[in-house]
Design a protein. Sequence first.
Length: 278
Amino acid sequence: MSRLQARFERLQAEGRKALIPYVTAGDPRPDVTVGLMHAMVEAGADVLELGVPFSDPMADGPVIQRATERALVHHVSLHRVIDMVREFRARDETTPVVLMGYLNPIEAMGYAAFAEAAQAAGVDGVLTVDLPPEEAGEFVAAVHGHGLDPIFLIAPNTDEARIERIAAVASGFVYYVSLKGVTGAANLDIAGVGARVEAIRAHTALPVGVGFGVTDAATAAAVAAVADAVIVGSALVRRMEALAESPGEIAPAVAAVLAEMRAAMDGVEHRITEESTP
């Protein structure tokens, strides 16, 4: 059983939802990332999503674009991100880690070489935002062959036929992009998100995570009421940007945001359990 499957099954048994923070590896400096990963776990993160810096982050908004630029100044490559995961695993063997990024660095490394290196370092899943499922056969075979979960995005306008195609190749969980546009957008329609999550669940038994538009604890709690996982990125990266010149303050600041979200999520889930008990 993969770490992702084990984590989601444990959370389901506990009646809780996954909190998945995203940060860009190497932002604002490479020596911040591993300590930050541990701090996020201690604050209540269930899965970590680690962004691989890329020179053309077309799915990301200005906040994460700037984070990528800060990391690239320090020459943070895919190889270096994998090394960060290996270092993280020296202290944490159980928290799932998903790499999120773009296909070009993986293609440059080679699918088989990437999958082998990622598995050896302790990576659990890979989300390549610009790889459509229709073209992912070779990639999926490579990562599956090394025990990694390929994770795919589902957008608000994804039709049912394409959801079926995504569900056929995805594992670990599926990532529902709750808003049209790039990361960092706002104005989340929770009722609409809930309806779309239910529509996705009609096509897959995989957990459904919701990202884009989760800005605070109240939003995280609302999303947790309708989804299996809450994914938060820009709200954390924005806090990191404000502290880029004070890197020692980043881990405590991000941990505080996550702890507040974790508490709010658990509070909503507890009320739902009580209300459903006869």
